[in-house]
Structures are given as structure tokens and as C-alpha cells.
Design a protein around this ligand. Sequence first.
Ligand code: NDP
Length: 313
Amino acid sequence: MAMKSKVLIVGGTGYLGKRLVKASLAQGHETYVLHREEIGVDIEKVQMLLSFKQQGAHLVTGSLNDHQSLVKVVKLVDVVICAISGVHIRSHQILLQLKLVDAIKEAGNVKRFLPSEFGTDPARMENAMEPGRVTFDDKMVVRRAIEEAGIPFTYISANCFAGYFLGGLCQPGFILPSREQVRLLGDGNQKAIYVDEDDIATYSIKTIDDPRTLNKTVYIRPPQNILSQREVVQIWEKLIGKELLKSSISEQEFLAIMKEQDYAEQVGLTHYYHVCYEGCLANFEIGDGAEEASKLYPEVKYTTVEEYMTRYL
Ligand code: NDP
């Protein structure tokens, strides 16, 4: 049997990153997690890193601001996965990855790089609205740098993180579902795709030693999780045994409200607009040159929307 790749996770203390560390260890990879010097005395992060160590990961010290330190850690592994932040209401550091790309280029040993993507495929968003398009534009800048440097890659398009979208019944600004009411975005009938964050990590790690995913985009589309907002609400109503009071917000209203928000909020709302009013995640077929994760890895028992939502009961 072929040896499993050694993996370096950058951004391992993040919302998705910590799940990538867990999945990498669970799938038997020797796993390295970057301990950035800048986290200083952030006790929560340091404790999390130590817990990874207890679970068998190696902590390696380096900094995105210190090229040689990065080259050194990159040389220890075969695969680099970056989960650096990219949600404006939290933190958005996508372009910092250009430093990592430089280090991977110089190290010259990396067989696969998964940059911090894990959302809407930025290559399909060239007509996205301001200001939210910055997320897609920055991710495309990173893609171009990877491809110009000739670094082997896989891009993971993970669609909607379940915690954000199911938690809030697809309403921006909510991450816990109401038992009383819901506001539908438009008619609530556009399909989107919801993926448990742990499943995103599991599928992502599955791709790293897979020749079928080399230099390709992998979309995660668990078939049972391709649902409209109305269908998500129905599942919740079934779970709580009660119908919610429904109102609706038109496209025009949504855009008008968006304009009054601060920049970070507007970025997030732009993304909800493309997903919930335009259906940008599910309105295309996966073509040649791309793959779909649940087809590649049918052995993964993914979490359905209903299973995910039971945690809110
Ligand atoms: P987080 O906000 O949790 O941050 C992840 C990591 O970013 C941190 O742990 C930290 O790493 C690193 N980081 C933050 N600031 C800096 C800095 N100044 N310098 C270096 N590193 C820094 O990220 P998420 O898990 O929310 O996002 C990961 C990816 O997932 C992004 O690409 C994002 O766009 C995407 N996403 C997609 C969603 C969807 O619904 N499809 C929803 C949310 C995110 P360290 O441990 O080194 O401190």
C-alpha cells in the first residue's frame, strides 16, 4: 500500500482548521500543525494546539512573516492545507497565503496544496456583486499564484457550512433556529447545499492522496443536502413538531438593507444574496475537469440536514 502523505495544516486553530487536523489524524496521516509565533499568549489557541499534540500531531513553529521558517516547515511534509480566515465578520486574511505559496515554491517538495477556499467556487463568481466579491477575487489571486508557481493543487468547494446556514434557517445574522418564526429570502425556493463542517474536513483529507483530484476542483454536494430554504424550514418544523410563522423579504428590500450595513456585514450579505436569491451553488452541472466528493468517496456516511439539525433541539 502506498504511504500516506505527511500533512501540514496552516490555520489549524480555526473553525474549519481544527476539524482538518482531527480528520487528518483520523485518516492516519502524520500531521503537522503550524504554531504561529504571533499567537503569543492566546491561551485558548495554545491549549488547542497542545490538545492536537496529545492526539498525535506535531506542532511546528513558524510565521507567515518569516519566509525561511515557513520553507523549513513545508519541507517536512508532502501536503499543505491552509484554512486561514476568510469571513469578514471574523477575519479575512486570504491574501496572506501568497507568502505560503512563495514558501511552497521554494521548498519544491509539496505534492499537493489545498488553499483556504471551502466555499463558493470563486472561478464561477466573476460577476459577483460588490463588496462581497472581494472574497472570490482574493481567492482567485491565490489560485493564480499557485498555478503560476506550478504547485499541484486541489480546490475544495464546500458550499454552505452547516453551522452558519442551517443554524440560522438560512437567515443572515442568525445561527440558532427560532421555534417561532422565520423570514424567507424571496420565495425561499432556491436550492443551496449544506455540509457538516466535520464532513468538509473528512472529504478534504480524502482528496489529498487521490490522483483523481489532482489539479482539480472538488465540489462537495451530498445529494440529500441539496435543499431550498423552505425545505430546510420544513425539516426543522418536523423536528420541533410545530409550524413557524413565515414572512418574506424581497430581493429589493434585502439589497436596500444591505447598503445600510457596515462593510464586513455587507460582504456576508452579498454571499447570502448570491446563494439564496440567485441559487449560485446548485444552478450548474459539475463539468469535465472537476469532481464531486460524495461520488468519489461513497464510503463516507455524510451528515444529513435532518441529522445535523437535531443538535438544536
Ligand atoms: P477562522 O476565522 O476560524 O480563522 C482560521 C485561522 O486563520 C486562524 O486559526 C488563524 O490561524 C488564521 N489567521 C487569522 N488571522 C491571521 C493572521 N493575521 N495571520 C495568519 N493567520 C491568521 O477561519 P474559518 O474556519 O472561518 O475559514 C476558513 C475558510 O473557510 C476560509 O477560506 C473561509 O472563506 C471559508 N468559509 C466558508 C464558509 C462557507 O459557508 N462556505 C463559512 C466560513 C468560512 P492560527 O492558528 O495560525 O492563528
